[in-house]
Design a protein. Structure first.
Length: 354
């Protein structure tokens, strides 16, 4: 294992599997780019039509709401002046129909003023929403222009920064998803702990308890003394996903085509030190965190059990078979394990299938 720390040694002892892949060329990228541009063009046309329809619908709604507001304002002026026919135009309301509880026979200035205030607030919210949409579009366009300026200034550095940021976002998103999975898996534990605590507190009546989630969570925190780590990350999860999509689009659009050799390297599996580490688990399970006996210790323990006959004779009848034992050096490795657990001078014999 120490020898593999030397890069030259590691490369000469490595096995490389080349996976099949589709080679990207200037021609194929141009064809793909043209297809994507056609799709984007169609999508843009559809978006413009939908945007136009939405704008027409918004204008109609705005005009109707303004007309309703004018009717209600006029009715308010007439009722304040004592005109008995103040409610005659209320039947023309379109986007703001009168509530069922509104009775023109008994309504006064206060009731009509409430309707005017409600419609006014609705109009203000709609206008704020429209202005915010325009501001967001301006900000987005400005950010795109700044991004393009940075790209032109130093394309290689810009691409490198994008990829670094993409890696950071992927790690952050994966961390939140892992926390959510852990939280989901702890749900059963939380429920069990809560039920146990309540049974201790209330006895058999715990079976008839209500399903108050907040109460359950507080009880669980008292038992575990912990807290969820999700809230501090989940707030930005959607923003991270949105930013990741933006970055991936930029990378796909501007990344240069790597050489054929580089593309091949990206679809290779290297087996270097793993060739030793994987079979070594048989002899040292501790390298994977398992508290188990290795193969040599297991043989010594098995042969030392009662009813197994002469232990020394058994060490002369070791036969290795199976796919794992076909690896290079397996026989020598088992003999080394035997030498480690046997007494000095003990006889041993190992045979291997094939």
């Amino acid at each position: 294992l120490l020898q593999f720390e030397d890069e030259q040694y590691s490369q000469t002892r490595s096995i490389i599997w080349q996976l099949p892949f589709q080679l990207i060329t200037e021609t194929s990228k141009a064809a793909t780019k043209e297809q994507n541009e056609n799709r984007m063009k169609i999508k843009k046309q559809q978006g413009e039509r939908l945007k136009k329809l939405a704008e027409q619908k918004r204008l109609v709604k705005t005009n109707e709401e303004e007309a309703d507001l004018a009717i209600l304002t006029e009715a308010l002026k007439l009722i304040e002046s004592g005109d008995p026919n103040w409610s005659k135009n209320l039947k023309d309301l379109k986007k703001f129909p009168l509530p069922k509880t509104f009775k023109t026979e008994t309504a006064g200035v206060e009731q009509v003023q409430k309707l005017v205030n409600k419609l006014t607030k609705t109009r203000e919210r709609e206008e704020d929403k429209r202005k915010k949409g325009e501001e967001d579009r301006k900000i987005k366009k400005k950010l795109e222009q700044e991004e393009e300026e940075r790209r032109k200034l130093n394309p290689e550095q810009w691409m490198k920064q994008l990829k670094t940021k993409r890696t950071e976002l992927l790690k952050r998103i994966d961390k939140v998803n892992k926390l959510k999975r852990d939280e989901s898996n702890s749900g059963r534990k939380r429920k069990s702990a809560v039920e146990g605590e309540k049974r201790r507190e209330r006895g058999e009546e715990a079976q008839k308890r209500d399903n108050d989630d907040d109460e359950d969570w507080e009880t669980y925190l008292k038992i575990e003394g912990g807290n969820s780590n999700i809230s501090q990350y989940e707030a930005t999860l959607e923003m991270d996903k949105k930013e990741l999509r933006r970055i991936e689009k930029l990378i796909e659009k501007h990344e240069t085509i790597p050489s054929a050799e580089r593309q091949a390297e990206e679809h290779q599996i290297w087996m270097a030190v793993e060739r030793i580490r994987v079979p070594e688990i048989l002899y040292q399970p501790g390298i994977m965190g398992y508290s188990r006996m290795g193969l040599g210790e297991a043989l010594d323990y098995s042969f030392g059990r009662e009813g197994r006959g002469d232990k020394k004779d058994l060490w002369k009848k070791i036969f290795l078979t199976g796919g794992v034992m076909k690896g290079e050096g397996s026989k020598d490795r088992v003999e080394r394990e035997m030498k480690r657990v046997l007494e000095v001078g003990s006889e041993r014999e190992v045979r291997i299938a094939g």
